[in-house]
Design a binder for this molecule. Structure first.
Ligand code: LHQ
Length: 263
């Protein structure tokens, strides 16, 4: 058996691949550990300025492996809250806190916690053959791994509730049309587009991306006045950065900005 999570570094960005293709990359402890290791590196590596997460084989991720003997689960009335607290929630919190753009390239079916893991990326791109399934109701659970948060915020109440209660697959093109993900692309274009985007971010202004991520996350809960105050504070930080000076100079000199230097 190979590594459950593959991690490669490219020029300025990393690619993290869930790698249990014969089980549609369903989550087992080894995947959680592999993702945590990948994030340990990504969080501390200044050369990594963006991350792509994808899946090996025909699926993206089928959610929790329902056949695994989860060490946090004992008996037939398990404490699933503990499983979430030990494995899933720390990972989702790390994704949100990472001050670098995370692109999820959804190469195939994304079900249960796998669907919601994909939605936790900053930008989710899906192959046309992919679909998103809130599979939880079929096994008498509620959407977890942040699903209720994203469904409620990105979709109208009817669409959110119906997806959660029916567990019907949502095809990638409709997920994009509904605003649940950024876009749906032809299967062959998925990785080229995800990598082009990561390369664009790798050459872009890292601090501005980090501040943008912070501002848009805060906008999910702030009122208008609080958000204006936050924009003032974060824009002040951005304005003081060498990247802003370089961006403006490059514009005026009609050349490409060079954001490669760390201040
Ligand atoms: C699987 C799985 C899988 C094991 C496919 N497990 N083997 C839960 C509990 C604990 C706490 C935290 O929160 C959670 C969150 C959750 O994620 S609950 C939701 C778990 N996921 C599901 O309920 C989805 C189950 N899978 C499916 O419904 C289908 O496999 C989908 C619709 C994803 C794909 O269907 P197909 O394309 O027809 O593929 P398949 O069903 O033939 O799957 C291929 C193989 O992968 C197959 O094994 P086999 O030996 O027959 O080739 C499946 O048994 C296996 N597999 N998902 N979650």
């Amino acid at each position: 058996m190979g590594e459950a999570v593959l991690h490669e570094s490219r020029e300025g960005y990393d690619i993290v691949t869930l790698n249990r293709p014969d089980r549609l990359n369903a989550f087992v402890e080894a995947i959680h550990i592999g993702l945590a290791r990948a994030f340990d590196k990504i969080e501390n590596d200044n050369n990594c300025r963006a991350v792509i997460i994808t899946g090996a084989g025909r699926g993206f991720c089928a959610g929790q492996d329902l056949a695994e003997r989860d060490p946090t689960i004992q008996g037939d009335r398990p404490d699933l809250g503990k499983t979430l607290e030990v494995y899933y929630n720390p990972m989702l919190r790390r994704m949100r806190a990472l001050p670098k753009p995370i692109i999820c390239a959804v190469n195939g079916v994304a079900a249960g916690a796998g669907a919601n893991f994909a939605l936790a990326a900053d930008i989710t791109i899906a192959a046309r053959s992919a679909s998103f399934i809130q599979a939880f109701a079929k096994i008498a659970l509620i959407p977890d791994a942040g699903g209720t948060y994203w469904l409620a915020r990105r979709l109208g109440a009817q669409r959110a509730m119906a997806l959660a209660l029916t567990a019907e697959p949502l095809p990638a093109d409709k997920a994009a049309e509904w605003g649940l993900i950024w876009k749906c692309v032809d299967d062959a274009d998925l990785m080229p587009q995800a990598e082009a985007l990561a390369a664009q971010f790798a050459a872009g202004p890292p601090d501005a991306y980090a501040l943008t991520k912070k501002a848009l996350q805060a906008a999910e809960v702030n009122d208008f006045n609080a958000q204006l105050d936050l924009e003032r504070q974060l824009q002040r930080e951005a304005g003081y950065s060498g990247d802003f000076a370089e961006g403006v100079a490059a514009f005026l000199q009609k050349r490409k900005a060079d954001f490669s230097r760390r201040k």
